[in-house]
Design a protein around this ligand. Structure first.
Ligand SMILES: Cc1cc2nc3c(=O)[nH]c(=O)nc-3n(C[C@H](O)[C@H](O)[C@H](O)COP(=O)(O)O)c2cc1C
Length: 374
């Protein structure tokens, strides 16, 4: 396939937003905000600008509030100073011709008292999720969190809305709500971690209320055409995040209801573990995308373990609209040019994923003398 016929390299219109190609840089925590105010800096601007040839960049997860923290050295979007610093990053990406969304993140119980002067984190219910939390002193086991009061829930919904507004003030082109993997919104969706007896627990309608109230609150401040959601049945399958029998039906309900809003996109992860024998056995490989293409009618971004050929095939088969690459974008800032040239890829250095500095972050090589066509 030449670059002009590869589906990955064709332009796409995501609601009102033109994208130069169908390659998305997946959200990637890199833990380079090594300052007590959790500010991004020049290094972040350089890193994201280097990757601006992606059709769309989704930023690393960023904290919506101080209470959301659950990983060391991740930047926030809850202070004016953070907004000002992010503006330098988004300006650098825009100068380089890119489009960038902020991923809004709250870890809930997937956190540690070290981040809260010894107090447990907040979560839907007092259920230890049985995970390990990356703190500045290494990975520490999670603890039993505090069950959120209704006032805590209201505050958190408001914090998501404020962070979304902050993201737009900081020059992001949109936001993505992290409603996947092990984190707070998933903890509400997951019956193992949500044991609430109020209107935020019990039936899937109730467990999903938190997500939909966040979408509505964000929509009061930000055009929903610039708001995406990362969600789906593929949780980490560790600790309390091992799928139970209702997992598929729950996801069908949640992803189906996303159609009620003119959202920017759904980022849907494929399975990260072999689902054979479990409740998600029918969603192996491309079946995840085939299944949810019938459930969600808007833009779907596929992710997890894609190479160039599989990305092109999934787009050609019309199962999804965009394809996100994670590790490949870490190690290949000019990934679209590499795909255009069918050039070899650089391997990522996983021991440098989470810091501390420019090594393994901004020092990956560009393709020499390649066709830079996007
Ligand atoms: C270093 C690293 C950091 C990640 N950070 C995030 C994150 O902040 N938010 C998120 O939703 N996913 C995160 N992920 C998951 C990626 O977005 C993506 O789903 C994963 O890398 C699989 O895609 P790939 O096979 O193309 O790498 C992270 C993955 C890696 C390897």
């Amino acid at each position: 396939m030449t670059s002009s016929t590869q589906p990955l390299l064709q332009p796409y219109r995501m609601r009102d937003l033109p994208l130069a190609n169908r390659m998305v840089m997946a959200p990637l925590t890199r833990a380079r905000a090594r300052n007590s105010d959790l500010l991004p800096g020049d290094l972040h601007a350089e890193y994201y600008a280097q990757r601006a040839s992606a059709g769309l960049i989704i930023s690393e997860g960023v904290w919506i509030s101080r209470a959301a923290i659950g990983w060391h050295d991740v930047p926030g979007l809850f202070t004016d100073e953070q907004v000002t610093h992010w503006k330098q990053v988004t300006d650098a990406v825009h100068r380089a011709g890119g489009v960038i969304f902020a991923q809004l993140w709250h870890t809930g119980s997937a956190s540690h008292p070290d981040f809260f002067e010894g107090r447990p984190p907040l979560a839907p219910s007092a259920v230890d999720p049985g995970l390990l939390t990356p703190t500045s002193e290494g990975r520490k086991p999670t603890v039993e969190p505090l069950a959120m009061s209704e006032a805590d829930i209201r505050q958190t919904i408001a914090d998501f809305a404020t962070a979304a507004r902050n993201a737009m003030r900081a020059g992001f082109d949109g936001v993505q709500l992290q409603a996947g993997f092990n984190y707070l919104i998933s903890q509400f969706l997951n019956p193992r971690t949500n044991r609430r007896a109020d209107r935020f627990g019990g039936s899937i309608e109730n467990r999903a209320r938190f997500l939909f109230e966040i979408i509505e609150a964000v929509g009061d401040h930000v055009d929903l055409r610039r708001v995406g959601v990362k969600a789906g049945p593929a949780w980490s399958e560790t600790g309390a995040f091992v799928s139970e029998s209702g997992a598929l039906a729950d996801s069908e309900y949640v992803l189906g209801r996303l159609n009620d809003y003119d959202l920017s996109h759904l980022l849907l992860m494929g399975m990260m573990v072999d689902p054979t024998g479990g409740p998600l056995a029918d969603l192996a490989d491309d079946e995840m995308f085939r299944h949810f293409r019938k459930v969600y009618q808007g833009t779907i971004i596929a992710n997890v373990g894609f190479d160039q050929d599989r990305g092109n095939t999934l787009l050609a088969d019309d199962l999804v609209n965009l394809v996100a690459y994670g590790q490949a974008f870490i190690a290949n800032p000019d990934l679209p040019a590499r795909f255009a040239a069918h050039a070899p890829l650089t391997e990522p250095k996983s021991h440098l994923f989470y810091g501390p500095d420019a090594a393994g972050y901004t020092d990956y090589p560009l393709l020499q003398g390649a066709n830079q066509e996007r």
